[in-house]
Design a protein around this ligand. Structure first.
Ligand SMILES: *Cc1c(COP(=O)(O)O)cnc(C)c1O
Length: 416
């Protein structure tokens, strides 16, 4: 459910007319509905009511400061994967005690920053990383709160690029290795064992892989408990899917219920790290049709946004619904919707049935709030687009469109 709806044949974001926003901002731009973010975040909070928990929003899905601040004020923590994301989360006012730090390649410098700032825990993904954390801990004289990310070896049945919990993936520690790592860490005072974590993939549309993963993690928790190693936080990662096309992913309520049942009476605080399921359907990318181009074989709509602005279709052949911002009575045709970039992979849709729109008309690419702007680049020297947030009948540019000067910021000639 989201708050992008048609009223009198025109697309609105909450109570704001998309056409009015475009008049002020130009195209292309990302448009976020704060009330949709709120609704999706609250769906988790409501489902988790009555059990100790923390919802850490996965910053990599949408790292705009306004989005982070908004979710932080609703009570969200943050799941971060880099020093840059730590910087953003803190800037947005999220307390370090609500930040968990994931990722396979944390550098010494990043670990130091995070330890100094007081994050809740490091989700450790290798023994090499554990050693590095130990080193930093000794240098600054502060024990490091840790959890090991376990790779439960379950198939999340999602796109191979976003599946992370299989034995062949680079993420986490196999259960046996994790057991040894906990024993080792429990004997060393550089480490403070806080939790256990896993994250098996993204855009999951079934509950069963989560439950399978949880069962494996819990059997390790029980084993560790017997050895006197107490786990306080159980972090199940993110990964709940959203509806892009005709998927019907479980709601947070069903997902959390399955987790609760599996956890039973164990005394654990539950952490979840949702990204996509909070912000994916809270954002659209608004773009303008530049040209309608017909070749003997195909019809193209060339739009002013491109793969550098939204990479998911090119990267994963991901489906995004595309709708004209003003409803059209025109007859339907089949189009490839493509951007101006010099790559055949620069498309948003192929052979898509759309009304015969015209140059100057606006299109909304839906479900673009997650892994949209955060994966964007300056490829083809295209300034990154504006980001706009709506709450009720108010909108605000929360990241201005980049200028040409932004493009060359930091560059210099070899000979001055
Ligand atoms: C990407 C990621 C998430 C968020 O995944 P979503 O599918 O967006 O919910 C959570 N935790 C970790 C460790 C991740 O890498």
């Amino acid at each position: 459910m989201d708050y992008f709806d048609f009223k009198n044949g025109e697309l609105y974001c909450e109570d704001c007319r998309v056409l009015d926003i475009e008049k002020e901002v130009g195209t292309p731009f990302y448009l976020y509905s704060a009330k949709t973010l709120e609704r999706h975040f609250k769906a988790y909070e409501d489902a988790l009511h009555g059990i100790p928990h923390l919802v850490c929003f996965a910053v990599k899905a949408n790292s705009n400061l306004a989005v982070l601040r908004f979710l932080g004020e609703l009570g969200a923590g943050a799941d971060i994967v880099s020093g840059g994301e730590l910087f953003r989360a803190l800037k947005a006012g999220i307390s370090p005690s609500r930040i968990v730090y994931s990722g396979v390649g944390k550098t010494g410098e990043e670990i130091k920053e995070a330890l100094n700032s007081g994050v809740l825990m490091f989700n450790v993904e290798s023994t090499g990383e554990l050693e590095k954390i130990g080193e930093v801990s000794r240098t600054i004289g502060k024990a490091a709160p840790i959890s090991f990310r376990v790779n439960p070896d379950v198939d999340p049945k999602t796109h191979p690029y976003i599946s992370t919990g299989l034995e062949e993936n680079k993420f986490g520690l196999p259960v046996d290795e994790a057991r040894r790592a906990y024993e080792y860490a429990s004997r060393n005072e550089e480490f403070l064992i806080r939790g256990i974590s896993c994250h098996i993939g993204s855009q999951l549309t079934e509950v069963s892989p989560f439950v399978d993963a949880l069962k494996r993690v819990l059997s390790l928790v029980d084993e560790l408990e017997k050895k006197g190693i107490k786990i306080e936080y159980l972090d199940m990662g993110g990964g709940l899917g959203i509806k892009y096309d005709n998927e019907s992913p479980p709601l947070p309520e069903e997902y959390v219920k399955a987790l609760k049942t599996t956890i039973g009476s164990r005394d654990l605080k539950l952490i979840l790290e949702p990204g996509r399921s909070i912000c994916g359907n809270a954002g659209i990318l608004v773009t303008k049709v530049l040209y309608k181009k017909k070749t003997p074989k195909k019809a193209f709509l060339v739009v002013d946004a491109a793969m550098n602005d939204l990479a998911r279709p090119s990267l994963y052949k991901a489906f995004h619904e595309i709708v004209p911002v003003v409803e059209q009575d025109a007859k339907m045709s089949t189009f490839d919707v493509v951007g101006p970039i010099c790559e055949t992979g620069d498309f948003f849709a192929r052979s898509r049935s759309l009304p015969e729109v015209n140059p100057g008309d606006l299109l909304a690419i839906r479900s673009a709030g997650a892994y949209g702007f955060t994966m964007s680049s300056n490829y083809n020297s295209r300034p990154r687009v504006a980001e706009v947030m709506v709450y009720g009948d108010k909108f605000k540019v929360v990241r201005r469109r980049e200028t040409f000067d932004d493009l060359i910021r930091g560059e210099t000639f070899f000979h001055e």
